[in-house]
Design a protein. Structure first.
Ligand code: N2P
Length: 347
């Protein structure tokens, strides 16, 4: 009996001490949901230290994956980084909260041309993060044809040396552009044709990939790949045989913004984080680290000349003339979903 009492006492003591330790360390937590390879992780630590908070950082590979996690609401994220058409959809489906711009004074550094775009006309729900295009990266030592058209991704000569993006809007978009159609088409015949193109191309494709495209292209394991411009910057820095081209048929221009999902638990801290990432010095470091293109003018001024003069990240207006922004497909979305499934499962 006596020893039982002692054990009980000891256990209560352990419990009380344990509880007070964790209780004391109970810092506010910010749940962030971002694309892979899309932040300088030192900045997360700096934010934690400066604000005395802890950041939970999860990653996704496509807008569609991110959408599913947020819409089904398993984890409540405080900040997420969707693209244009997905922001449009999330607003429409009431998945986002309005941002209190008074809490984001650093928004004043954002270039006007990235504000009030049609997917979020007043920036009520989103703050610009990065932007870019997608195009073809190719290895000059492995490809001797001129690379100026999406057609090259269907050239038998490069069988097994072509990488495509494992992302439905992007890959269907490539096929649509190759055929001369809009990347936002709602015409079933055009979509069917695009599907057939991608099925026809499949035997030539080494793999449908995400972030691993960088390693594969830098390591010269493939000759041609469809990539986002910022990743192209990183790859070219690491392998000088690589070159990035926007095909003559045109491409997509995209805008990734920061949003606060409806079920966020820490909205004010989310705004603090968004504001932090827009401090010119922080935004400049982040941009240089990830290779993507910043919409923050004050950050751009802090970047080395060779970064901002790089036409891959900052193409001229002429190069951007023939670009389309993805639009939310609404009812047509299920058609794209089905086609993508058929393409991916085709053997
Ligand atoms: C970075 C992902 C970039 C997202 N790995 C392009 N919208």
């Amino acid at each position: 009996m006596k020893s039982n009492m002692k054990t009980l006492l000891l256990m209560s003591l352990v419990f009380i001490i344990g509880f007070s330790i964790t209780g004391c360390n109970d810092k506010p937590t910010l749940n962030v949901y971002n694309w892979g390879d899309y932040i300088d992780t030192d900045l997360i630590t700096e934010f934690e230290d400066e604000f005395g908070v802890s950041v939970n950082y999860d990653k996704f590979a496509t807008n569609e994956d991110m959408y599913v996690s947020i819409a089904k609401g398993g984890t409540s994220y405080d900040v997420a980084f969707p693209s244009d058409y997905m922001i449009e959809r999330m607003i429409e489906e009431d998945l986002l909260v309005k941002i209190n711009k008074d809490n984001i004074p650093n928004m004043k550094y954002i270039d006007n041309k990235f504000l009030n775009l049609s997917f979020d006309p007043n920036n009520d729900y989103s703050v610009p993060y990065m932007w870019g295009t997608f195009g073809i990266i190719y290895n000059k030592a492995m490809v001797d044809d001129a690379v100026d058209s999406w057609d090259i991704l269907w050239d038998q000569k490069y069988k097994g040396q072509i990488l495509m993006l494992d992302s439905q809007r992007d890959s269907i978009g490539v096929a649509l552009k190759k055929l001369g159609y809009s990347m936002n088409t709602e015409n079933i015949d055009e979509l069917q044709e695009a599907k057939e193109e991608l099925v026809k191309q499949k035997p030539l494709v080494y793999a449908y990939v995400g972030d691993e495209v960088k390693e594969l292209m830098v390591g010269e394991e493939a000759a041609l790949a469809v990539v986002w411009s910022g990743d192209a910057v990183t790859m070219i820095n690491e392998n000088k045989n690589l070159e990035y081209v926007i095909p003559k048929e045109g491409t997509n221009i995209w805008f990734d913004n920061m949003v606060i999902p409806k079920n966020a638990k820490n909205k004010e801290l989310a705004e603090e984080f968004i504001n932090f990432l827009n401090r010119p010095e922080i935004a400049a470091r982040n941009t240089e680290y990830i290779g993507y293109s910043t919409p923050n003018t004050a950050a751009k001024e802090l970047l080395p000349k060779e970064v901002i003069n790089d036409k891959v990240a900052y193409p001229s207006d002429e190069e951007l003339e023939n670009t389309e922004v993805f639009l939310d497909l609404k009812d047509m979305l299920k058609v794209y979903d089905e086609l993508w499934l058929e393409i991916k499962s085709h053997r």
